[in-house]
Design a protein around this ligand. Sequence first.
Ligand SMILES: *Cc1c(COP(=O)(O)O)cnc(C)c1O
Length: 365
Amino acid sequence: MTNRFIDLAASGLASLQPYVPGKPLSELEREFGITDSIKLASNENPLGPSPHAVDAIQAQLHDLTRYPDGGAFALRNALAAHHDVDPVCITVGNGSNDVLDMIARTFLGAGRESLFSQYAFAVYPLSSMAVGAKLTIAPAQDYGHDLDAMRALVNSDTGVIWIANPNNPSGTRVGRDALRAFIEDIPETVIVVVDEAYFEYVHADDYPDASQWLDEFPHLVVTRTFSKAYGLAALRVGYGLSHPDVADLLNRVRQPFNVDSLAQAGAIAALADREYLRRSVELNAAGMRQLVDGVERLGLAYIPSSGNFLTIDLGRESGPIDHALLQQGVITRPVGNYGLPHHLRVSVGLAYENERFLNALERVI
Ligand SMILES: *Cc1c(COP(=O)(O)O)cnc(C)c1O
């Protein structure tokens, strides 16, 4: 259906397909007449939040009449200490999606190009189109970023290059030498975003911590989040690490109170809870092995994943399988919207949830 106001709207919105979030659990249970469903659809942490984060949030509850600290002083100081950078390098966001959106609003616009890979994270095109930028999509290689193909598409209009490492929904990652050489090659007039939403899960020798390169590359922005390994997706906290001049611009477009006081307190406590992080990473590694073993037993192909999710090739349309899984109370994410109509993304859950998913999948295929 056409929207009667579309001609009045910013130019990129006519072709923008909005992000479709999963339905709430309660609504799906009502629709399918099921109870005790399990949700493995949004790459959330199955462990539940850090108890220290919950305590810190509870301690803030009496103060809800006050605006939060708009400069997120304590959170930025904690992050600065954690990353050994100056607090002026940090831009806080209402989730890291908010930081990605600030980057688009700051460095893109009509006449500028936004460059990312086929199968890259959905927020890159959304934020880019909202500001009227042109999308340039590099073909993927084995579902992952082909950095040479991306480099070849850089031109004088390119404003921002987005690299998710690891990427969602493919779970693929790029190695240290390749990524470093890529950033070295990109002119300083082009912002390179390395989105490290799943950073904490990856323990491979060749996996880079791009935040270590901030001193060398003033056009580099690294984003991180509390939504995944830190288990605080509901709070909406993420941040960008960059050269202070880039952070200064991002903070000019940032809404002054974008991270609320509960989120600031919870994030500070979660950052300090190294035991929680260790458990969440360990649980993910075990759950990933369980899912991979199970999927291999079923004879299905999958994209090897460095994240907290596995994207499985069903060899046929994922829609009907997704529907059949829902009827069994198992919520996963078909990724046809990413151009992967035969794939289904499943988030790593608790051991019993992974098992329930695998059993349900076996029944429906
Ligand atoms: C989940 C995810 C994010 C994080 O989003 P938040 O807004 O921080 O919750 C960012 N990038 C990618 C690739 C993701 O999958």
